[in-house]
Design a binder for this molecule. Structure first.
Ligand code: IPM
Ligand code: MG
Length: 358
């Protein structure tokens, strides 16, 4: 029997609640499947760890998870610690050194979920956003001088490399080519950002020539927000810089009905390092410990994790179970306007897994 080693990093806020639910569902899926099991190692890294040790994860933290098959992540963020410390200390401290340069964010309207857009169907809004995840505006380059003086100055320099842009473009074109519509929209801002974004556009055109079967177009990021709202059916796969895609993916999640259901994979396509899967929603301190966090974002992230491991049957089975559960409003958590609790949704998904035919 195959054993997949998974590193679970619940992190802060509602992270531990949704990751616990995810672990439970993944065990149920393995039992139902019968050909593999999961061995989870849990790591208590995050804000509480920081308060004890002065850092978000141990110095040798990455060595402890380097050989796992995948990472299931909850969220990073703590009300008493500045956001840039929690982000750079944990999530980016894993994503960037593990070269998880393709951040993949599927967006669909699941059964039973209402989009705030009028008259949009689940067939019309079916997108995957590919977010460049290793450089760009998140390169961490910049500085601050003369703090507190009237001469204070600060820079955040976006760094784009040819290698970095080429590889994410190639990933996005390949992904677009694997989807039925074979359509890629390249998001840019080369009218205002006249250096890196112009290179971004040029590289997109070069890489496009390697993928003649994929139709592609180019969209300025501001106009893209309008197109997502007004003509959602004209989009399929989308590639954008780290920051542009960060912003667009929140919009996408809201248009699909809730941030609570949106999943992410931080993918290292070469598989030199493990990839990391997490819900998009973040730590949500306002509902922490109340037992009402929506675990669907984590379950859908587990679907992506299974696809990454090549367990297609199990991935499809979990996605079917998720859809059957979202279709029933009794299992909607408060973010979806319902009254269900995390445990209700979790046991409904487990029941659906065991009831499933495939
Ligand atoms: C995301 C999040 C993070 C980001 C936050 C938590 C820093 O918004 O994954 O989209 O900006 O990358
Ligand atoms: Mg974001």
């Amino acid at each position: 029997m195959k054993i997949y080693k998974i590193a679970a990093i619940p992190g802060d806020g509602i992270g531990p609640e949704v990751v616990a639910a995810g672990v439970e569902v993944m065990h149920a899926l393995a039992t139902r499947n019968g050909s593999f099991t999961f061995a989870f190692d849990h790591f208590d890294w995050g804000g509480e760890y920081y308060k004890k040790h002065g850092r978000m994860m141990p110095v040798n933290g990455r060595d402890l998870i380097r050989n796992h098959d995948a990472i299931l992540f909850g969220s990073a963020g703590h009300p008493e610690i500045p956001d840039h410390i929690t982000l750079w200390g944990l999530r980016l401290n894993i994503c960037q050194p593990f070269d998880q340069y393709a951040n993949v964010r599927p967006t669909r309207i699941l059964p039973g979920i209402t989009s705030p857009l009028r008259n949009v169907t689940d067939r019309e809004l079916d997108w995957v956003i590919v977010r460049e995840n290793s450089e760009g505006e998140y390169a961490g380059v910049g500085g601050r001088v003369h703090q507190g003086s009237p001469l204070e100055a600060a820079t955040d320099v976006a760094v784009f490399t040819r290698a970095g842009v080429e590889r994410v473009m190639r990933f996005a074109f390949r992904l677009a080519g694997s989807r039925p519509r074979k359509l890629l929209t390249v998001v840019t801002k080369s009218n205002a950002q006249r250096h890196a974004m112009v290179m971004w556009d040029e590289i997109a055109a070069e890489v496009a020539s390697e993928f003649p079967a994929v139709a592609w177009d180019k969209m300025l990021v501001d106009a893209m927000t309008m197109r997502m709202v007004i003509r959602p059916q004209t989009l399929d796969t989308i590639v954008a810089t780290n920051l542009h895609a960060d912003i667009l993916s929140d919009l996408a999640a809201a248009l699909a009905g809730s941030l609570g259901i949106a999943p992410t994979g931080n993918i290292n396509p070469e598989r030199t390092f493990p990839s990391m899967f997490e819900p998009i929603h973040g730590s949500a301190f306002d509902i922490m410990g109340k037992g009402i966090a929506n675990p669907i974002g984590t379950f859908w992230s587990a679907v992506m994790l299974l696809e990454h491991l090549g367990e297609k049957l199990a991935a499809d089975r979990l996605m079917d179970a998720i859809k059957r559960v979202t279709a029933d409003p009794r299992f909607h958590t408060p973010d979806l306007g319902g009254k269900a609790r995390t445990v209700d949704v979790t046991s409904a998904v487990i029941d659906a897994i065991h009831g499933a035919n495939r």
